[in-house]
Design a binder for this molecule. Structure first.
Ligand SMILES: [Zn+2]
Length: 179
């Protein structure tokens, strides 16, 4: 009789523990969000406007894909720039702001578009593809927009040259250039 009771109690306890475990596991699952949170970067509007100004003023290198690795400032150059001009100027050269990092840290500013002198098309191309890869569509669109501003200003310059040269001269020049 005694052993029977002990056996019964043991089984009962085991069932009880299992039930608690299942309950806890369910609660943990409920606490997790249904979809993982998408890591968001803020678009740095003042950097975008500043880059447009730079392009308008002709501070632009209209180069191609793959050159950014050679053209981007080294960490030492970045530090020197910050030492001379501060983080507010450093921020103006970056299209993305990462709120996860404090204001006066380099990690807060992402997606550079130039080398502190000129806007580089190579940097925009690199930013565009990296931003797209990480679904930072606001940054991707900004890089695309700047690339278009570069193309437009080049087109405008070409037209200006054509207007200045005028008439037959231009026709001859164009014919010779595009042969
Ligand atoms: Zn470049």
């Amino acid at each position: 009789m005694f052993w029977g009771f002990t056996f019964f109690s043991a089984i009962w306890l085991t069932i009880g523990t299992l039930a608690v475990n299942i309950k806890q596991r369910t609660r943990t699952a409920e606490r997790l969000p249904a979809t993982p949170k998408i890591y968001a970067l803020q678009l740095n509007q003042s950097a975008l406007s500043y880059a447009k100004e730079l392009i308008k003023e002709g501070h632009v290198v209209a180069d191609g894909r793959g050159a950014w690795r050679r053209h981007q400032p080294s960490p030492e150059e970045e530090n020197e720039f910050i030492r001379l001009y501060g983080f507010s100027e450093y921020a103006k050269w970056h299209l993305g702001i990462d709120d996860a990092h404090a204001e006066n840290t380099k990690a807060r500013y992402k997606f550079p578009y130039g080398d502190f002198k000129n806007v580089h098309r190579c940097a925009l191309i690199a930013a565009k593809s990296r931003a797209g890869q990480y679904k930072h569509y606001n940054i991707e669109n900004a890089a695309l927009e700047l690339d278009e501003v570069i193309s437009m200003s080049r087109e405008r310059l070409k037209n200006l040259d054509r207007d200045r040269a005028g008439g037959i001269c231009v026709t001859l020049f164009v014919a010779r250039t595009y042969q």
